[in-house]
Design a protein around this ligand. Structure first.
Ligand SMILES: Cc1cc2nc3c(=O)[nH]c(=O)nc-3n(C[C@H](O)[C@H](O)[C@H](O)COP(=O)(O)OP(=O)(O)OC[C@H]3O[C@@H](n4cnc5c(N)ncnc54)[C@H](O)[C@@H]3O)c2cc1C
Length: 340
């Protein structure tokens, strides 16, 4: 196997790629800054955030409040829009100069794109789509948890020889830490060598998607095959509670909805305060996306449905019978203002 461009002896620190879009940090970057802080604490390991973009140095303080000791800011007009080639060039140079031991990126579309390209450039391995991270007690090596073989197994993957140990992590797996504005950190502006000829693609238009970010929702009302494509009651309840509607894979496969808010192994990981799960059996591939909810209420006609093993409150009933009185109760309790 090809050797990585630097070795473990030269490597130090945990780096977090601080992904921003239009001057706003992706939530997963703050989640990773917080997790990196937790991994580094007590071990004397510095946490370094890396921010690429155009005129967004104000975001560095957010990353410091979330756990970074230092933020390296690569500011350049040609980094204003994400491009694979431009970002890969600048990020690779920063890595080879700073030699991080561990490098974490969010498993967002751009994070996944960048991580794969950078891993090849620095000749290291990449553990993609992690659902947990820990450090090996004996060796200090990073261990990434990923689901494999259709969700049937959990695999624990480490990268003993090559550096950096690179992992992408799914959004919503870790909580966004409470910002600590009293935290002090260094903001370092790094020189950027980038010319127009380095960027082969041209961004013609930046289109922002539908806007629902189910990974950030405090309340999720989810429906599966049991709803038979009728989301009216589920939408109403979610609206009253100021929450978002999610779904299992069946409604996507049936063509009732898009993949936008699909929950689970191949969908999103959510961590709401409250999840109300209607007409969903509770297959492992679904529950990995909801198990971090503080409270789970499940509604299912089948008393043996596996979802009840995960639920805090179990309602054995047809969802079309159970939801109307629940909606009325929420209205009576003043939830008609969207829960705000
Ligand atoms: C590689 C791989 C990846 C996958 N990734 C995902 C993923 O990311 N997310 C995901 O969700 N799935 C995923 N799946 C599919 C997963 O295994 C399940 O098939 C899926 O989650 C089942 O969806 P469901 O619970 O809506 O449907 P079903 O399993 O058919 O369950 C429907 C449930 O609704 C109940 N019900 C029926 N009518 C009513 C009613 N009127 N009121 C109340 N309850 C009712 C039934 O009792 C039943 O328990 C994946 C599968 C594979 C192989």
């Amino acid at each position: 196997m090809t050797k990585s461009l630097y070795g473990a002896q030269e490597a130090s620190g945990i780096w977090v790629y601080l992904e921003q879009d239009q001057g706003r940090l992706e939530g997963v970057s703050l989640e990773l800054a917080g997790k990196a802080r937790e991994l580094a604490d007590g071990r004397g390991i510095p946490v370094v955030g890396v921010l690429l973009g155009d005129q967004m140095s104000g975001l560095a303080q957010e990353a410091i409040a979330a756990g970074a000791d230092e933020v390296r800011v690569a500011d350049h007009p040609l980094l204003g829009q994400y491009t694979t080639d431009g970002y890969t060039k600048v990020f690779t140079e920063l890595i080879l100069e700073g030699k991080p031991d561990i490098l974490l990126l969010g498993a967002t579309p751009n994070g996944r794109d960048l991580a794969g390209r950078v891993a090849v450039r620095v000749r290291t391995g990449l553990t993609a789509d992690c659902t947990d991270l820990k450090l090996d007690e004996k060796t200090g090596l990073l261990i990434g948890e990923v689901t494999g073989f259709g969700g049937g197994i959990l695999a624990y993957i480490k990268c003993p020889d090559s550096r950096p140990q690179m992992n992408t992590v799914r959004p919503g797996v870790f909580a966004v830490p409470e910002p600590d504005s009293s935290r002090q950190g260094k903001v370092v502006s790094v020189p950027v060598k980038l010319a127009e000829k380095d960027i082969k693609v041209q961004v013609l238009e930046h289109v922002v998607g539908g806007g629902v970010d189910i990974t950030r929702a405090q309340v999720v009302v989810a429906a599966g095959r049991g709803c038979q494509g009728d989301f009216a009651l589920v939408n109403e309840l979610a609206g009253l509670l100021g929450g978002e509607v999610g779904w299992s894979r069946v409604p996507v496969d049936e063509g009732w909805v898009s993949r936008d808010c699909m929950i689970g192994q191949t969908g999103y990981v959510t961590r709401p305060k409250l999840a109300i799960v209607c007409g969903i059996s509770g297959a492992f591939q679904f529950t990995v996306g909801i198990e971090k909810a503080e409270t789970i209420v499940a509604i299912n006609v089948d008393p043996e449905a596996p979802i009840f093993e995960q639920a805090d409150y179990c309602i054995v009933d047809d969802m079309f019978n159970a939801l109307p009185p629940l909606i009325e109760a929420v209205k009576r309790a003043g939830g008609g203002n969207g829960g705000r």
